[in-house]
Design a protein around this ligand. Sequence first.
Ligand code: NI
Length: 159
Amino acid sequence: MTAEEIIGTLNTTASRIKMIVVGLSDEQLQQRGANGHWSIKEITGHLLDDAVHYGEHFRRIVADNNPLLPGYDQDAANVEGDYNQRPIGPVISEFDRLDKQIVALLSGLDAAGWQRPGVHEERGPTTLEAIVVHYTRHEQEHFAEIESRIAEVKQARAA
Ligand code: NI
């Protein structure tokens, strides 16, 4: 994944979510998947939780010498966020703000900066680039998940 693709994704995912959820009812946004998995609101909240968590990793790896990067319990964070009970607009805005902070941080780095090391608690020795790629792919995957969930909830209404 190139730096352009990373920055392009992080700059636009939040606004793309904002566009595709227009016109959905609260009921549709809160509807869990057939497998009981997260609703569109909860997936969006998960992206915000990840931006908080990984944004901290990125700042530490830039500022510190080979820092230890702790994992977090994403399911617990999602429950705590209580995203189904919150309006989605401010969650998208906060996610957008954090992703743009990450873009600003990455834009200031030279080639050596992207290779700065850290140690992830679960995945072991890593580099800033590897974690950023992981974070960006994760964002793309959940965006695709939101798109397919939107198709699902629209079909449910039509049925
Ligand atoms: Ni995820």
